[in-house]
Write a protein that binds this ligand. Structure first.
Ligand SMILES: *Cc1c(COP(=O)(O)O)cnc(C)c1O
Length: 493
């Protein structure tokens, strides 16, 4: 097995090379030449803990890592940084199974992968005898930034630069990033939205002249975005883990199909579920939940991807995205791994902002169902779920939960469903409490957090306490055109 590029058939890399590079020079994403099959039966999954499951899943994708290397990475990642030994516990509420992916250091699901990516990457550096300092270049819609900073902060041989949309993240998200103290970190607010940040980061990656200049200076880029296969692969594990736990709890029998419902932005999380299916996990339907930026909903309905529309700032900012990068991997798989075709469509996206898939491609994707929920629907869901069960979900999870309700209403499909719960409500306490009761409108952010702790009957996470009084160390704000210069300056080039 090897990794190729979605835009160039001739690319052949080992897993560790792909992790190290992050993004292909041609602008494409790395894809495995074949999907490994789960090496244990669905019955056996029931008794595996998170680390064992992660190993079972990841070893198939990361073939050139030795057992010792991979287990070492896993042990360093899924340790007491998580506030529960289960790592990804499941909460049942109103018949749905919420897979809580926010028990890591920065209380968003990005921790599931970004706790391990730095270890996979430094291992890749050693394996490939690279003598260059790795510069992690990252665009964030709010949560990747902090999770990557927490993962790479003070890791020797790396530096990390994070670009976030300066008016497009929550107060807590911003504070988490701009208070990151490590010397090897740089955090910059961009005068633009997430798509601007991500497109410019991709352009910088693709700049061959810059690459040469960096190589001479002793640097090489890598990515902490879900464009990096080293971020996608660890995400496959929690769907497999959830399945095992549902078997263990007697909720399903080994072999039964489940559905997954995922609040989606860059299409990384839901694609990881699709990868799990390719490995043999019985998943029937992938419910792809969007907020008002419902480009994916329209795509799965019509087969036309059209980003030419208003970019809406919502209460689920980590999903405010119109260019879902990881969809490119599904597009590539759907056209029979035709890199030329994928490249043609992606060119259409960057020049005209639109592309169409063929009927056959659409058919390949028919397990995906698009749904979406606007704020009123999400707020109603947060409120009713809280009032009926006492369980409080964050605004992104609410998009998924409200979308799931719509799906069930439309299809009457009663298949056991796992809803990816992607962030702690404490990260978005203003919006969450606004949904529960109007009286909170004029509260200060940190008062809201204390209030939420009482309402939800959950302790304030350490990630929040950390930033209460932490000094702001990153003040830089720039225009999109200035991003490259800041990157150069960071490296002293
Ligand atoms: C990143 C993020 C998402 C979207 O995940 P993708 O992999 O980009 O589709 C959803 N919810 C939260 C809280 C996130 O941080």
């Amino acid at each position: 097995m090897y990794y190729s590029s979605t835009r160039d058939d001739s690319v052949r890399l080992t897993a560790s090379e792909a992790v190290l590079k992050g993004l292909s020079d041609d602008g494409g994403l790395f894809v495995p030449s074949e999907f490994p099959k789960l090496s244990v039966s669905l019955d056996e999954l029931a008794d595996k803990d998170y680390k064992e499951t992660a190993y079972t899943v990841m070893k198939g994708f990361l073939e050139d890592y030795t057992e010792e290397e991979l287990k070492d990475c896993i042990n360093k990642a899924y340790d007491s940084k998580f506030d529960t030994e289960e790592i990804a516990p499941i909460a049942e509420a109103e018949g749905a199974f919420y897979l809580e992916l926010f028990h890591g250091k920065t209380i968003a699901f990005k921790d599931m992968a970004l706790s391990i990516l730095p270890h996979l990457l430094t291992t890749a550096v050693k394996k490939n005898k690279s003598d260059k300092e790795v510069v992690i270049l990252t665009a964030t819609s709010g949560d990747t930034g902090k999770a990557a900073l927490a993962g790479f902060g003070s890791v020797p041989g790396t530096r990390i630069i994070v670009f976030y949309p300066k008016d497009g993240v929550s107060r807590v998200q911003k504070l988490q990033m701009v208070t990151q103290p490590d010397k090897n970190t740089m955090v910059v607010g961009v005068d633009g939205n997430f798509d601007d940040c991500q497109s410019e980061v991709k352009r910088i990656f693709g700049d061959s002249e810059l690459r040469e200049r960096m190589a001479k200076g002793g640097f090489q880029f890598s990515s902490a975005n879900s464009m990096n296969i080293g971020r996608l692969v660890p995400q496959v594990a929690y769907y497999v883990y959830a399945y095992g736990k549902l078997v263990k709890g007697g909720r399903i029998k080994a072999g039964d199909c489940i559905n997954v419902c995922v609040p989606t932005g860059n299409f990384g999380n839901i694609l990881a579920a699709f990868f799990a299916k390719q490995m043999g996990l019985p998943i029937k339907t992938f419910i792809c939940a969007s907020n008002d930026n419902k480009v994916l909903f329209d795509f799965f309905k019509t087969g036309t991807y059209d980003k030419n529309r208003e970019f809406v700032l919502t209460d689920s900012p980590s999903m405010d995205i119109l260019i879902s990068s990881n969809l490119e991997r599904l597009i590539y798989l759907s056209c029979g791994c035709d890199a030329a075709k994928t490249k043609e469509l992606m060119n259409g996206l960057s020049t005209k902002g639109v592309y169409n898939v063929t009927d056959d491609m659409k058919k390949f994707m028919d397990a995906f169902v698009g749904e979406y929920a606007v704020w009123d629907e999400c707020a109603d869901k947060i409120k009713s779920l809280y009032e009926d069960t006492g369980y409080v979900i964050d605004t992104h999870t609410a998009v998924a939960a409200a979308s799931y309700d719509k799906y069930v209403k439309e299809t009457k499909d009663k298949t056991v469903t796992v809803i990816a719960s992607t962030a702690s409500p404490f990260k978005f306490s203003r919006s969450v409490l606004k949904a529960i009761d109007k009286k909170y409108e004029n509260f200060d952010d940190f008062d809201l957090i204390d209030e939420l702790s009482k309402v939800a009957n959950v302790d304030v996470p350490a990630a929040i306490d950390e930033i209460r009084n932490a000094p702001v160390v990153h003040n830089t704000v720039c225009k999109r055109e200035e991003m490259k210069d800041l990157v150069l300056k960071n490296m002293g080039l």
